[in-house]
Design a protein around this ligand. Structure first.
Ligand SMILES: NC(=O)c1ccc[n+]([C@@H]2O[C@H](COP(=O)([O-])OP(=O)(O)OC[C@H]3O[C@@H](n4cnc5c(N)ncnc54)[C@H](OP(=O)(O)O)[C@@H]3O)[C@@H](O)[C@H]2O)c1
Length: 204
């Protein structure tokens, strides 16, 4: 299978690329500055090449938004919506890395613009018709992945390892039990049985 990781040069994205390649899959790294034939130009702030997803079996989006409200909306809302439209047309699954506090922007006024943009991007993906999973990591750390704790309802706070987020994204890409589901992700005590954990979630 061949997967596209948009943000595959980033700290979380790199783990996802390594894990997918370790499982024997072909991976294209989506980046604004492609360097080799294993990377492809993708800028979610700009129009996307209509052929971007040709031959691609699934996409992970793990992109850091600009800090200003307009820039965040351009990337995390309009850009994600454009990608979702392309994916829907070809029925390609998309795993979107979002964040906690999506429904509680008032508690983080400093991040409100980013949160509103992400919320709109999440919704654009849900309504696009593309198969999707939305992962809302808590605050990211560079600690090694241990166990995982999944929640729904966006009520919690805590931390999660970037490596674990990448593992969850790869598992979501490979297991359709995750489709049409949105969940928060925290470090937890037990290594997850991902298909069982996804099956236990409520669909959107
Ligand atoms: N920091 C936190 O505590 C926290 C909490 C929850 C969720 N998150 C989210 O978790 C995800 C992973 O975070 P991270 O810290 O691992 O990311 P990171 O290391 O900052 O990497 C960000 C990636 O975003 C890509 N990117 C930026 N603008 C882009 C654009 N316009 N089009 C395409 N790609 C673009 C960059 O790729 P190029 O530069 O190569 O183009 C880079 O690979 C992000 O969505 C982040 O916002 C973070």
């Amino acid at each position: 299978m061949k997967y596209l990781v948009i943000g595959g040069t980033g700290r979380t994205g790199r783990y996802a690329v390594t894990e997918l390649r370790g499982l024997g899959h072909e991976v294209l790294v989506g980046t604004r500055r492609p360097r080799d034939d294993q990377s492809v130009a993708v800028d979610l702030a700009a129009p996307l090449d209509a052929r971007l997803l040709t031959g691609i079996d699934g996409v992970i989006v793990t992109v850091e938004p600009p800090l200003d409200d307009k820039g965040a909306d351009t990337v995390m809302h309009s850009g994600v919506a454009r990608l979702a439209e392309l994916a829907a047309a070809q029925h390609i699954p998309v795993v979107l890395i979002s964040q906690i506090y999506i429904t509680r922007a008032a508690e983080h006024p400093d991040l409100a613009g980013i949160i509103h943009a992400r919320a709109a991007g999440e919704q654009a993906l849900r309504t696009s018709g593309a198969p999707y999973t939305i992962i809302r990591p808590s605050w990211l750390t560079n600690s090694p992945a241990t166990g995982a704790h999944l929640e729904q309802g966006d009520r919690g706070d805590g931390q999660v390892s970037r490596e674990l987020v990448a593992r969850a994204a790869v598992a979501a890409l490979l297991h359709p039990e995750s489709h049409s589901k949105t969940f928060e992700l925290y470090d937890g005590p037990t290594p997850p049985d991902w298909p069982a954990a996804f099956t236990a979630l409520t669909a959107d």
